[in-house]
Design a protein around this ligand. Structure first.
Ligand SMILES: Nc1[nH]c(=O)nc2c1ncn2[C@H]1C[C@H](O)[C@@H](COP(=O)(O)OP(=O)(O)OP(=O)(O)O)O1
Length: 160
């Protein structure tokens, strides 16, 4: 069973809100906001996405739209992170004030100026597909946390 994770992108005129992860998995990398879904407590994936966005950025996201499901496999044993299923959402309607949390330092980036060199290596592959407005699934393999060894993106019409 993969670990179910969320990832949320807040968008405004030509910009996306990213957060510098200050601890845990992906520490030191810029990313969207998200985390584990509390499935054992009956939380749905979208509820988990909204909760993590608020905990990590201060923002309440409305009308989250699913844009992708990313499946990751690591050859190296990464403990509970060895096999991941990441549900990716975007929203351009949100409320609240951006706050820095103990986990994330938020910052707006121009979509033309995303810091891919300080991000997970897969991001440079699939962010452009997301920003082109496509829906897709991706199968991505890593040997260890730094090295991506394969990736395959499949466009889909919907996730229903
Ligand atoms: N290769 C990758 N590319 C990417 O863009 N995002 C990734 C990624 N691998 C993991 N992520 C994201 C998914 C998720 O939002 C985050 C990892 O979530 P965490 O486990 O840190 O979540 P939690 O906030 O539940 O953690 P804790 O509170 O520390 O238990 O990293």
């Amino acid at each position: 069973m993969p670990l179910i994770l969320t990832l949320v992108f807040v968008l405004r005129e030509g910009q996306v809100l990213l957060g510098l992860k200050k601890r845990g998995f992906g520490q030191g990398l810029w990313n969207g906001f998200g985390g584990k879904v509390n499935l054992a407590d009956g939380e749905t994936i979208i509820q988990g996405a909204v909760r993590e966005l608020q905990e990590e950025s201060g923002l309440i996201g409305n009308n989250l739209e699913k844009v992708a499901i990313l499946n990751f496999q690591f050859e190296k044993d990464m403990g509970k992170y060895t096999d991941l299923e990441i549900h990716v959402f975007k929203t351009s309607t949100f409320e609240g004030e951006i706050i820095e949390s103990e986990e994330m330092l938020p910052k707006w980036y121009n979509i033309s100026d995303i810091p891919y060199k300080e991000m997970w290596p897969d991001d440079a592959i699939w962010y452009p597909v997301m920003f082109a407005g496509k829906l897709f699934t991706a199968d991505i393999k890593f040997s260890d946390e730094k090295t991506m060894i394969s990736h395959k993106i499949t466009e889909v019409l919907s996730f229903e």
